[in-house]
Design a protein around this ligand. Structure first.
Ligand SMILES: Cc1cc2nc3c(=O)[nH]c(=O)nc-3n(C[C@H](O)[C@H](O)[C@H](O)COP(=O)(O)OP(=O)(O)OC[C@H]3O[C@@H](n4cnc5c(N)ncnc54)[C@H](O)[C@@H]3O)c2cc1C
Length: 324
């Protein structure tokens, strides 16, 4: 059997691994302590926050089928929350496709997908080496793992640029992508708070998105957890700013939007995502170099989002399996 290394156990890497697991020997490597990448959940006592992806929509029939299967498995559910859009002071219903979330947490679906796959966690790949048509992964702790016929690099595009060799034939397309930062403020209260909405999308503000995490299906209802995401432009501009200052700006904006002094909440924490969303994408399922046996995939290939990550993982698996 051919040996394939997949770097990144987010939804794109996990999807590729699932597709290839019966036709090749597949090994996944991720630098984090858990799987799921940006489909992630942060724990703090009784509080839990999906501090990356908030929900997802499903438009492509292949993704719709996968979502249906995950619903049957009990790791995804539709979320019929009260969705509001605040534009120039006016509140309107935030309409769009059906929304889905992982249950009981956003990372539940990737965790279920990971079952039965060979995954090394806490394994940050720092370099790829090629010798005799075989790839070796070098890790930041000095360890190496070799003998791979193919590599699928399923990490954010900016991180893929650092990992993939210059002779990768799709390097120009990879370098042309653009990803945006996002500050995520997590706010927790004991007991139930009703803001009159479950999600609030906002324009022209420090914050672009607020969601009552505890209003999602199968969450702990004895607490109220609020996720606040700063706007991409604002996050990019202040990515290196003092964190206490960033948090204070986001708290002030959220307090006005929620009509409650958010800064007094018993739980407050801030996370910075450097590569959260995608603003420039090759709009191609995967970037594949058959001569080198290297594929790059991820949400950034197809404009971002959970659905894009899934479809890109499928495309990478298909490109590689055509050569097996
Ligand atoms: C704040 C925020 C809000 C979002 N909101 C939504 C939303 O509402 N709806 C939606 O559809 N999408 C949303 N998204 C986007 C969604 O989360 C992503 O599109 C999707 O999860 C990307 O999956 P992926 O597999 O492409 O990448 P990732 O999930 O980023 O997975 C990449 C993995 O690679 C690993 N990795 C990176 N470098 C290395 C290395 N050198 N060695 C080993 N491992 C490495 C990382 O640890 C990570 O686990 C949001 C994202 C963020 C951050």
């Amino acid at each position: 059997m051919f040996k394939i290394a997949i770097i990144g156990a987010g939804l794109s890497g996990l999807t590729a691994a699932h597709q290839l697991r019966h036709v090749a020997q597949v090994m996944l490597f991720d630098k984090s302590r858990g799987v799921g990448g940006r489909m992630s959940t942060r724990y703090a006592g009784d509080y839990e926050f999906d501090h990356g992806a908030q929900y997802f929509t499903a438009r492509d029939p292949r993704f719709q089928n996968a979502v249906e299967a995950a619903i049957e498995q009990g790791v995804v559910a539709p979320w019929q929350g009260r969705a509001v859009y605040k534009k120039d002071g006016e509140m309107t219903a935030d309409t769009g496709g059906d929304r889905f979330v992982g249950t009981p947490r956003m990372n539940s679906w990737p965790k279920a997908m990971a079952e039965g796959l060979g995954i090394s966690l806490g394994a940050r790949v720092s370099k790829l080496k090629r010798d005799n048509k075989k790839w070796t992964l070098a890790f930041e702790d000095g360890q190496e793992e070799g003998g791979f016929d193919y590599i699928i690099c399923a990490v954010p595009s900016v991180q893929a640029i650092d990992l993939l060799p210059n002779e990768f034939s799709c390097m120009a397309a990879l370098k042309a992508t653009k990803m945006e930062a996002c500050f995520a403020l997590m706010v927790g209260w004991v007991g139930h708070h009703d803001f009159g909405w479950d999600t609030l999308r906002v324009n022209n503000d420090v914050n672009a998105w607020l969601a009552v995490n505890s209003a999602k299906p199968n969450r702990n209802e004895s607490v109220t957890t609020l996720m606040v995401h700063a706007a991409p432009d604002w996050s990019n501009e202040h990515a290196e700013a003092d964190r206490a200052w960033v948090q204070a700006q986001m708290e002030a904006s959220a307090s006005a939007l929620c009509s409650i002094d958010v800064s007094k909440a018993p739980h407050l924490s801030l996370h910075r995502w450097l590569y959260a969303s995608v603003s420039k994408s090759p709009e191609q399922g995967t970037l594949y170099d058959p001569a080198l046996g290297l594929a790059a995939c991820g949400d950034w290939c197809l404009g971002g989002r959970v659905e894009g990550a899934y479809l890109s993982g499928l495309a990478a698996a298909e490109a590689v399996s055509l050569r097996l």
